[in-house]
Design a protein around this ligand. Structure first.
Ligand code: PLP
Length: 347
């Protein structure tokens, strides 16, 4: 219980007028159609309604050319991420991840007793699949976050295929596609459909703006996802989130419209950073890393004191901070505050 409490995120109080660009959320929130579907579903909240889950899975599977038995639905992608690491790592079955990378799997590795192998990203910020293979002959899970959090950069499909072709026999690839809709990177759902040792994670938290409503999928060969699902028992999804997810998938323009908005605001921010000679990693998602040339925490705290809340620092890049792409006005406030802090804080 103590470990679980430590793993829980710190409570986040939202202050009026605060700019929250710290957690890779989508400031647009759920789409209007998703909100209506969710509100109308509230009155069914007294029932388990697993039939609605089945309908959501079938709809997604049909859209993606998958068989429904390859798709499991969860309250976000954190759950299946955690369960997959519990199911496929342990003593003698390492968890292999990129550095910097999304850290949730590290917590699950602590619980499974697995060794963690952190492999630095390549100079182009893609996963170094050859080093991942070389450093972990006892791998249980290769975690590939594509695009990667926190860098917002992609790993070429050919590298993922190389990893799949050369991995140890009993290991799996856990491909986290939380940000895939925001990039032009080719998804890897076809690998799961082709019965490879691959589990793909999808979430409604990012492009669909449902981080607080919670819905996501684990996609893989039925025997692979069954081991993941075993950790979920007879749990059931909130009917409201299933309704919002279903409405989001049916909304054909949602992804392209939002991708364009986020891309435009991100690129405007990059243009500003460049014109002010700030170094950043050219992300293709809704977050990016910017160089502060001092311990990043100093800048994070100084900005928070001005009501602008940016993301965290990764130990391997101690002078860089992660920033989420907010709305255009929020990013204007980010720019003004970042410049003030960079001009004034101690180096
Ligand atoms: N995977 C990645 C790469 C993430 O960045 C996040 C959230 O930030 C998650 C998974 C978990 O998100 P959720 O549980 O809301 O789907």
């Amino acid at each position: 219980a103590r470990l679980a409490a430590q793993n829980r995120r710190a409570p986040k109080v939202h202050l009026a007028g605060g700019v929250y660009i710290d957690a890779n959320e989508n400031p647009m929130g759920p789409s209007p159609l998703a909100c209506t579907a969710c509100e109308e579903m509230t009155r069914n909240g007294g029932r388990y309604r697993t039939d609605l889950q089945v309908d959501l899975v079938k709809y997604f599977a049909a859209q993606e050319g998958l068989k429904p038995e390859y798709v499991m639905v969860y309250a976000g992608s954190s759950e299946p991420l955690h369960y997959t690491v519990l199911a496929y790592t342990g003593p003698g079955k390492s968890f292999v991840t990129a550095d910097p990378g999304y850290e949730a799997g590290l917590m699950a590795s602590k619980m499974s007793g697995a060794k963690v192998v952190k492999v630095p990203l390549k100079a182009d910020h893609s996963h170094d699949v050859k080093a991942m293979l070389a450093q972990a002959p006892d791998a249980g899970v290769f975690y590939i976050c594509n695009p990667n959090n926190p860098t917002g950069t992609t790993t070429p499909r050919a590298d993922i295929e190389y990893l799949l072709a050369n991995k140890p026999k009993d290991s799996i690839l856990l491909i986290d596609e939380a940000y895939i809709h925001l990039s032009d990177a080719p998804p890897c759902l076809d690998m799961a459909a082709a019965d490879k040792d691959v589990i793909v994670l999808r979430t409604f938290s990012k492009v669909y703006g449902m981080a607080g409503l919670r819905c996501g999928f684990a996609i893989g060969r039925p025997d692979l996802v069954a081991k993941v699902q075993a950790y979920n028992g007879w749990n059931s999804m909130p009917v409201t989130s299933v309704a919002a997810a279903r409405a989001s998938l049916a909304d054909k323009n949602l992804v392209p419209e939002r991708k364009k908005i986020i891309t435009d605001v991100r690129n405007e921010t990059f243009a500003w950073l460049s014109s002010n000679n700030y170094e950043f990693i050219p992300s293709v998602t809704n977050c990016f890393m910017v160089q502060t040339n001092r311990p990043g925490k100093i800048v994070i705290d100084a900005m928070a004191a001005k009501n602008v809340y940016i993301g965290r620092v990764w130990p391997i890049m101690p002078t860089w901070v992660r920033v989420t792409v907010g709305t255009r006005p929020e990013m204007q406030q980010f720019q003004a505050t970042f410049k003030q802090v960079m001009d004034s804080s101690v180096t």
